[in-house]
Ligand binder design. Structure first.
Ligand code: 6PG
Length: 463
């Protein structure tokens, strides 16, 4: 393992716990020396001071994984490894690299006879140590060499490891990128639900804990709902308040959500909930401007009048509804990328790998898995009958919450865009006939007719 930061160190120790002999290297000597003392007694874990020392001790074909920041550090590691490795060796990038970088590296190293594999790893520190969700792609031959190791360390659901070969080329990193896009969207939706319940309906942190904890026992059960419940109870160690109330409302991002949106635009796949989640992080960052604007546009402050229990149920329904919509958008993007980018992404396996270990694991995944098992070529989850039942059952609550958010000036952009996506996707007729007329009017862009085949243009009369 090259790179012994939080993820690299924990992933490596996890491998050692499963009986593999491992060696770790980091540019930072302190991290290397801390590695061996963190190992479980009886496991074989070595920290080495040079890459050369590491490479010379590995059995061939060498299996070398890196977990370093995306971008130049990955290229630097590859360049320093090249004089040390030989044909047939396998280099794995387990970080959040952009898939186009991974494609470039696959081709570059193929020319030198080295297998390069882009592999998404999800689950944060705890996941890496005890069972992450692992998303490898690319070279099948290389995968067969590392498969036993990956299956041993991955999270297990019903005894099945949360790892599978997820397609050609840079598919592993592509799937992880979209995983992160969905992650951004769900986090935004949960934050909007919190705002509606807290600012809108006046729930305290203790009440919020109870609501999220109860939700986590039902059909919203998921990693993100679970940690959200816990967040409301965390005390601040500097003031008598809860920590959540002391955290500045400005979000950062490392870019994977934005990349998801950028590539969806290129593919022409609509993923507005994910786009909105990216935009909302950007809007949150404009704190100074928001403070200025709040003085110019004072907000209505009255609490939402719906009885509390009823409103909590409606917010539950809205969150479930919109969460399904953002999975549907991300999975539609993966379906399209599998075809248009020739990644050949096996959709049933993607959903299966996300069932455990990763940040977006949820009790909803088995329903999605059934949908893709029944129809691996499903272009959108919304076309599945079981998913349709869920969406229909939660539609009324979603509309009630959307209306309340608008009436009470509480921003719920991801929720509203999920509902708009749904209403658009299920509309047999859209007003786009008019838009096509406008395009043809000013730009002779042509249009199609509903009653005849062909392409038409009209000399529109200007009054
Ligand atoms: C995971 C996570 C992780 C990811 C951040 C996104 O699956 O464990 O997706 O890999 O990098 O959660 O980080 P930002 O919110 O900083 O973009």
């Amino acid at each position: 393992m090259i790179g012994l930061g939080v993820m690299g160190r924990n992933f490596l120790l996890n491998m050692a716990d499963h009986g593999f002999k491992v060696i770790g290297f980091d540019k930072d000597n302190q991290k290397t020396s801390a590695l061996e003392s963190a190992a479980t007694a009886g496991t074989t874990v070595k920290g080495v001071g040079t890459l050369q020392d590491m490479v010379s001790q590995l059995a061939v074909p060498r299996k070398i994984m890196m977990l370093v920041p995306a971008g130049k550090p990955v290229d630097d590691v590859i360049e320093s490894l090249l004089p040390l490795v030989q044909k047939g060796d396998i280099i794995i990038d387990g970080g959040n690299s952009h898939f186009t970088d991974t494609l470039r590296r696959v081709t570059y190293l193929q020319g030198k006879g080295i297998h390069f594999m882009g592999m998404g790893v999800s689950g944060g520190e705890q996941g890496a140590r005890t069972g992450p969700s692992i998303m490898p792609g690319g070279d099948q031959e290389a995968y067969s060499h590392v498969r036993p190791m990956l299956e041993a360390v991955a999270a297990k659901v019903d005894g099945v490891p949360c790892v599978a070969h997820l397609g050609k080329g840079a598919a592993g990193h592509y799937v992880k990128m979209v995983h992160n896009g969905i992650e951004y969207a769900i986090m935004q939706l949960i934050s909007e639900a919190y705002d509606l319940l807290h600012r809108g309906a006046g729930l305290s942190n203790d009440e919020l804990y109870t609501v999220f904890d109860t939700w986590n026992k039902g059909d919203l059960r998921s990693f993100l709902i679970e940690i959200t419940a816990d967040i409301f109870l965390q005390p601040d160690d500097k003031t008598p308040n809860r920590l959540v109330d002391m955290i500045l409302d400005k979000a950062g991002a490392k870019g994977t959500g934005k990349w998801t949106s950028q590539d969806a635009m290129d593919l022409g796949v609509p993923i507005p909930t994910i786009d909105m989640a990216v935009a909302m992080r950007n809007l949150s960052a404009l704190k100074t401007e928001r403070v200025q604007a709040s003085a110019l546009y004072p907000q209505q402050t009255s609490l939402i009048g719906t009885p509390k229990e009823q409103f909590i149920q409606q917010v539950h329904d809205a969150l479930l509804f919109a969460t399904i919509i953002c999975y549907a958008q991300g999975l539609a993007q993966l379906h399209r990328a599998g075809i248009d980018l020739d990644m050949q992404i096996p959709m049933p396996q993607v959903v299966s790998v996300w069932r455990g270990g990763c940040i977006i694991r949820s009790v909803l995944l088995p329903t999605f898995a059934n949908a893709f098992k029944a129809n691996p070529g499903l272009s959108n989850l919304l076309l599945d009958a079981e998913v349709a039942k869920l969406l229909n059952a939660n539609q009324a609550g979603t509309r009630a919450v959307a209306a309340m958010a608008i009436q009470h000036s509480i921003p719920a952009a991801a929720l509203l865009s999920s509902l708009s996506y749904f209403d658009t996707y299920r509309s047999k007729q859209l007003p786009i006939n008019l838009l096509q007329a406008q395009r043809d009017f000013f730009g002779a862009h042509t249009y199609q007719r509903i009653d005849q085949e062909g392409t038409f243009h009209t000399e529109w009369a200007k009054k």
